[in-house]
Design a protein around this ligand. Structure first.
Ligand code: UD1
Length: 421
């Protein structure tokens, strides 16, 4: 059974918090370690259940992994891959596990992978990954819940993505790194995690240009070598603490952040009267008591637009802002799972197609609620920090997928959150 959080509002959160390495950068980089038989060390790795599941998957394929969680160093050696079949036991746990398809094809010429699991935020197909790999010469079959792909040798290709999917961009980039010839990928995702993956691959000997723009050129190389790579800070975790400061009318200083990755979030916070200031070592987010937090409209978009992963945090913030906000979700079709639970806490929210219309109320009320997925769960946790009365939040295992000791770190800033196992 999943743990519970008992959240007792305890006023403004204040102090310093060090942001962890990015989950969404670590997972693709771990998949990419399968591209070389030499050991790779990934640094700045957060101790998350998703990371543990990814390591379990890599080990089930024959790779060796060792994680020093206290230092954040994770070493993978994929010298001996003894199967091309990924077990449902692991893949069902996280969607990012599907990212091994490109490396497996490139290294072994075949891959059999169950369709992925992960957060229940929409249908989340993998057609764009498969279309790209097929363009590179892979034969793809879909049988009994498995994707079977084979390609004795992948060839570079010209690929136009119908949508700038983060995962498809990563899958294709990894496969193309060891393909024969040049791959040109257009309309690809430009998220910072894509650039981080390209940096890892280039350090390992790949030839990838243009990552972070909508056209990426990859000249395939014969083999990659082992490297040490530190992943970028987690912009979603940073956004969580930024909204915690805004919601509790507090003052939090975040270190280990990349301000550039947080521009859409910073802009929205400023728009609703929350101060965000760059400091020498990070970002300070604080509330000016003479200004009330006001409503705003938000539309989620691929980077550099407002991130879908932070939509739930802002919905919690808007639930008690002055005025009416409209939040429109354009990336995933089923990402308002927190709405029913927020309404149990007294929020006034109506869903109209892909938009949520939020009438700010002066205060939410603590209630018994459940996290349906990772970011929806974090959004509810944030809402509870500033509600009237105690909230009992179930489904904490979803939150543990993407945050390392979130409750302990919020408590260090003054929150009162107890974990009940
Ligand atoms: C990644 C992030 C996730 C984030 C999302 C969007 C990781 C591990 N996860 O997920 O936290 O919310 O980016 O920023 O990095 N799609 C298709 N066909 C495909 C692939 C995607 O239709 O083959 C659709 C999806 O259903 C979705 C949209 O494209 O509607 C965006 O998905 P994508 O960018 O691929 O997200 P993920 O890589 O799954």
């Amino acid at each position: 059974m999943s743990d519970k959080f008992i959240i007792t509002p305890n006023g403004a959160l204040t102090g310093d918090v060090h942001i962890s390495g990015a989950k969404n950068a670590v997972l693709p980089v771990l998949a990419a370690t399968l591209l070389t038989g030499q050991p790779c060390t990934v640094q700045n790795v957060p101790d998350l259940s998703d990371v543990e599941a990814m390591c379990g998957l890599l080990e089930s394929l024959g790779a060796g992994t060792s994680f020093d969680a206290s230092k954040g160093n994770l070493t993978v050696c994929a010298e001996n891959l003894n199967t091309h079949e990924a077990a449902y036991e692991w893949v069902g746990k996280l969607r990012a596990s599907f990212l091994i398809i490109g490396p497996m094809l490139a290294r072994l010429g075949k891959a059999k992978i169950p369709l992925p699991g992960g957060c229940a935020i929409g249908s989340r197909p993998v057609d764009l990954h498969l279309k790209g790999l097929a363009a590179m010469g892979a034969e793809i079959e879909h049988t009994h819940g498995f994707i079977c792909a084979s390609a004795p040798k992948l060839r570079g290709a010209k690929i136009y993505l119908d949508f700038p999917s983060v995962g498809a961009t990563e899958s294709i980039m990894m496969a193309a790194a060891l393909a024969e010839g040049q791959t040109i990928m257009e309309n690809c995702a430009v998220e910072p995690e894509i650039v981080d993956l390209a940096n890892f691959l280039n350090a390992a000997g790949a030839d990838i240009r243009g990552a972070g723009t909508d056209t990426v050129k990859i000249n395939g190389t014969r083999a990659l070598r082992g490297v040490t790579h530190a992943v970028i800070p987690d912009r979603i975790e940073a956004g969580t603490f930024m909204v915690a400061a805004a919601l509790t009318r507090g003052d939090i200083h975040l270190t280990n952040v990349m301000a550039d990755h947080l521009k859409p979030v910073t802009a929205k916070l400023k728009e609703v009267n929350v101060n965000v200031m760059e400091t020498e070592s990070g970002l300070r987010v604080f509330h000016d008591p003479t200004m009330e937090v006001i409503a705003t409209d938000i539309k989620t978009m691929p980077f550099p637009g407002f991130p879908t992963d932070m939509q739930a945090f802002f919905m919690s913030l808007m639930a008690t802002a002055a005025g009416t906000s409209i939040i429109t979700e354009t990336v995933f079709e089923n990402r308002f799972m927190q709405v029913g639970e927020l309404k149990r806490m007294g929020a006034e929210i109506k869903i109209e197609s892909r938009s949520a219309v939020i009438e700010g109320v002066p205060k939410l009320a603590g209630a018994q609620v459940t996290a349906s997925d990772l970011r929806a769960g974090a959004g509810l946790m944030l809402a509870a920090l500033n509600a009237d009365g105690v909230t009992e939040l179930g489904g904490v295992s979803h939150i543990d997928r993407g945050y390392c000791a979130l409750e302990a770190r919020l408590n260090r800033l003054g929150a009162d959150i107890q974990r009940i196992s």
